[in-house]
Design a protein around this ligand. Structure first.
Ligand code: ARG
Length: 478
């Protein structure tokens, strides 16, 4: 069946350029396992319904199983002339078992076939990426536990703002990625319906058991409208949107690692295994991996844009445009999975510099709010307190001092309400500990959040200790 599969009507071969333009097998061969899986479910159902004789169905299934084995072993030869993964597999099957191979396609079209393959693939891919996210969460949880003592400035506008714990910052990353995980799994749930039986667009006259194929493939139910079943790719948009969101989170984390590992910050030193040198400047240790995690985000956002623009304006039902859905989907999953794996390694092996963080807290007047709160607690209206402390900060800067180095006399010149106990308010540890509400940076809260995350991971059978050991998670540094 190397002549056109839709044969009869055509007297002439497809133009070479047109064939090359429309062949997709170099991309969609990746769907081969799903394609075989879907075909086996379909042919078993055809036999059970008495649509195809049992012997034929058995020989089709054996042929498909053999093909699946060759595909898994990398021995199966795909041919461009056979256009896509579906035609490659079916043509090889028929070549081998004879004309009865042609019965596989009874009551089916490549339209519902490819929609089924993509749902099977994407459902699995979402779950796989969710696991990769768990790998990063495990590292973050492990490090949040060990770095609990390190204080650092929290920032707004990239200006030192108020003291937090490093662990609190790491757990913020965990929250972001945790939501990405949730979005992927939500998408996997929503896409979990089976297009098989929709055929080209209008279903089929054969008495298919759509419930049976849906069940066999682990779908919740058959899709409820045959036009929609072959025409929509919203499930891909949803998944890739979740991936784009995740990539943006990864990019922001990457950006912070780049900043923190600069000499200006000096908050972190990335391990040799995840940095590179310069071919000309011997002193350099560049955070390339963090930069690439940031840089690859553009691709994933591009993948999302490709997909949604491809769909926009398509009339129901199937249109060949939709063949262009695969590359962006594969690329988005691959890119995010790689980034997650590399980030896990970067975070596991990074050495945080607690002293540098503390020094930048001191120099950054991150205790100014404490001083204002101190006055406010003594009954000074907060707006006035804010103004008083602002003037004290300006004076300290002029004298090249930090707030805790100002004498009580100087403070009293600012406001008479200052007493000796003000210096306790200027202690960073206490400042952090006073923020002991849910979601705050106080030790008890951060520990609670770390243990909650650890608990969630272990409920999902994620072995944090194993991951930490395998990736070489660092113990507290300085
Ligand atoms: N390779 C095609 C795709 O991915 C399969 C469906 C082809 N259907 C058709 N009517 N030409 O969309």
């Amino acid at each position: 069946m190397d002549e056109k599969a839709w044969g009869g009507r055509f007297g002439e071969e497809l133009n070479d350029k047109a064939l090359a333009f429309s062949a997709s097998v170099d991309v969609d061969e990746r769907l081969a396992p799903e394609d075989v899986e879907g075909s086996i479910a379909h042919v078993r159902m055809l036999a059970a319904q008495g649509i195809v004789p049992l012997e034929d169905a058995l020989s089709i299934e054996r042929g498909l199983a053999q093909i699946a084995k060759e595909i898994a072993g990398g021995e199966f030869v795909f041919s461009d002339a056979r256009e896509d993964v579906h035609m490659n597999i079916e043509a090889t099957l028929t070549e081998r078992i004879g004309a009865s191979g042609g019965k596989l396609h009874t009551g089916r079209s490549r339209n519902d076939q490819v929609a089924t393959d993509m749902r099977l693939f994407t459902r699995r891919a979402c779950e796989h990426t969710a696991q990769a996210i768990d790998g990063v969460l495990a590292v973050l949880a492990a490090r949040a536990r060990t770095e609990i003592d390190i204080l650092m400035p929290g920032y707004t506008h990239l200006q030192r703002a108020q003291p937090v714990r490093l662990s609190h910052h790491l757990l913020a990353w965990a929250e972001m990625l945790g939501r990405d995980r949730g979005r992927l799994l939500d998408a996997a749930k929503r896409m979990n319906e089976c297009p098989l039986g929709a055929a080209a667009l209008a279903g089929t006259t054969f008495d298919l058991d759509r419930e049976a194929t849906a069940r066999a493939l682990g779908f919740r139910r058959p899709m409820q409208n045959s036009l929609d079943a072959v025409a929509d790719r919203d499930f891909l948009v949803e998944s890739v949107a979740a991936l784009a969101n995740c990539a943006v989170h990864l990019s922001r984390i990457g950006e912070e690692l780049v900043l923190w590992s600069s000499q200006e910050f000096g908050f972190v030193e990335m391990s040799d295994a995840f940095t590179t040198g310069s071919s000309i400047m011997p002193q350099k240790k560049n955070p390339d991996m963090a930069e690439l995690i940031r840089g690859k985000t553009g691709r994933v956002v591009g993948d999302l844009v490709s997909l949604i623009v491809m769909l926009k304006g398509l009339p129901l039902a199937y249109n060949r445009d939709m063949q262009e859905d695969k590359q962006p989907v594969f690329d988005a999953f691959d890119t995010v999975n790689d980034s997650l794996e590399v980030l896990a390694g970067c975070l596991a092996t990074a050495r945080f510099d607690g002293e540098r963080m503390r020094a930048s807290l001191r120099e950054g007047f991150a205790d100014a709010t404490e001083l204002a709160d101190y006055l406010a607690a003594k009954g000074v209206p907060f707006r006035e307190a804010h103004h008083v402390v602002g003037a004290l900060v300006a004076g300290a800067i002029a004298e090249k001092k930090v707030l805790s180095e100002l004498s009580l006399e100087t403070l009293k010149l600012g406001h008479a309400a200052f007493e000796e106990d003000v210096y306790e308010a200027l202690d960073f540890e206490r400042a952090v500990e006073r923020r002991c509400l849910v979601g705050g940076p106080a030790r008890a809260q951060v520990e609670r959040q770390t243990e909650r995350l650890m608990g969630e991971l272990s409920a999902r059978a994620v072995d944090v200790a194993e991951i930490a050991a395998r990736l070489g998670v660092q113990e507290t540094t300085r």
